[in-house]
Design a protein around this ligand. Structure first.
Ligand SMILES: [Fe+2]
Ligand SMILES: [Fe+2]
Length: 258
């Protein structure tokens, strides 16, 4: 089963339309079971950005698309618009796998929070799907990653949520938010962070990318796909102190913008 994670589209001033459309075309050709969009679909949470984003996402021809809100989407009371443009269900049963969404964005705040009640709900939900490959998707980080500055990037209740995830033996956690691809493993749980698929603001890894995850029973292999480029192993990304890879043919994102 193939699942794709795209993140941090940022429709607005730093949105690279050409990169987004190229990624959507690649993903349509992959024909995954589901696409998980881990937040920051817009830059400022304003109506014009939501309209552009909804129009762009019509090009994605995949059976299931799971939208998650990010802190940028909730700016300027965008939380009122998000649920109209991108309705989503918190649990998606794919047969052998289940995707559980945690909502961490809060109105007009950049920091994220799961909250006690949602965390209890998470534990109960994960328990109900014990036999499946369990994926939890969230916009904010539950563990810090390198190159992401001094801002508060992990959810404020990261410790509580981490304990629930690890004790529930979750197989895979997918995060977005900081535009830095990364992978951690805690006990048997893989935590994959997405880069940005179409935003010009990148950190530590200077190409737009998305994640392609192949689920085989209780095992999953995640690879990073550069938009318009090659596949990379996460081990190659995390083992290098610096990963600066800019092809000679690359002339900057602004020229590719439509
Ligand atoms: Fe973002
Ligand atoms: Fe974010």
């Amino acid at each position: 089963m193939l699942i794709v994670q795209i993140s941090d589209i940022h429709c607005g001033p730093m949105f690279n339309n050409g990169k987004f459309r190229a990624a959507i075309e690649e993903i349509n050709n992959l024909n995954p079971e589901a696409v998980i969009v881990t937040g920051d679909i817009t830059e400022n949470g304003v109506l014009s950005e939501f309209k552009i984003a909804a129009e762009e996402f019509k090009k994605l021809k995949v059976k299931k698309v799971i939208y998650i809100s990010g802190n940028h989407d909730y700016r300027s009371t965008g939380y009122l618009l998000f649920k109209q443009f991108f309705p989503f269900s918190q649990v998606t049963d794919l047969g052998d796998a289940v995707i559980v969404v945690l909502s961490s964005a809060r109105p007009d705040r950049d920091d994220g929070e799961v909250g006690h009640r949602q965390n209890l709900w998470l534990e109960n939900t994960l328990n109900a799907y014990k036999d499946k490959f369990r994926i939890v998707a969230i916009h904010h980080h539950i563990i810090p990653v390198p190159d992401t500055g001094a801002d508060q990037i992990t959810i404020v209740d990261a410790g509580d949520v981490l304990r629930s995830l690890v004790q529930s033996n979750v197989d895979l956690v997918l995060c977005g938010h900081r535009h830095r691809p990364w992978k951690w493993e805690i006990e048997k749980m893989k935590v994959i962070h997405a880069g940005s698929v179409s935003c010009e603001k990148l950190r530590g890894f200077f190409l737009n990318s998305y994640n392609v995850i192949e689920v085989n029973g209780k095992d999953a292999k995640a690879k990073l796909k550069i938009v318009g480029g090659e596949y990379l192993d996460f081990d190659d990304i995390t083992k290098k102190r610096e990963f600066i890879q800019i092809p000679e043919t690359y002339h900057g994102d602004s020229l590719a913008r439509e």
